[in-house]
Design a protein around this ligand. Sequence first.
Ligand code: ZN
Length: 150
Amino acid sequence: MAIRKLRIKGDDILKKTSKEVKEITNAVITLLDDMKDTMVENQGVGLAAVQVGVLKRIFIIEEDEQVIEFINPVILEQTGEQTSTEGCLSVPNMSGDVTRPTYVKIEAQNRNGEKFVYEANDFYATVLCHENDHLDGQLYIDKATNIEGE
Ligand code: ZN
C-alpha cells in the first residue's frame, strides 16, 4: 500500500475519458489499495483512479468509515434534484455549487469481479455523481456556480 500523487486541475489527464477495466489484475488490486491510502491521507470522501493518473473506470468512496470500491460503474437510475457545495482533491482550495440528483442507483463490480447494485441518497448521491463524472473527464467546476477560491 502506498500513497499516490494526486493529479491537480490543469493536468490534461483529468479531462480524459477513463477506460473500462477488462480484467481485475494484481495491478488493479494494488491500485485500489493505494487509492484508499491516498483518499484517507487527503481526507477525501471519494477518489477516482484518474485522480492518481490511471485512466481506468474505477472510483472509491468512504461511507460510514467503510470504503466501497466501484469498478466499471454504470448509473442505472437517478431521480430528484438538489444543489450542494462541492470540493475536490484535484481542485484544492476551491468550492462551488452543483445541482445533482437526490437519489442514484449504480451497478458496478467489486474487486472480486462480482456485480453489485448500490443505492445512495442526498450527500452520497452527490459523491457518486461527482466521482462518476471524473471517469468521463469532467470536473465539478465545469458545471458549478458560485465558485469560490482560485
Ligand atoms: Zn473530484
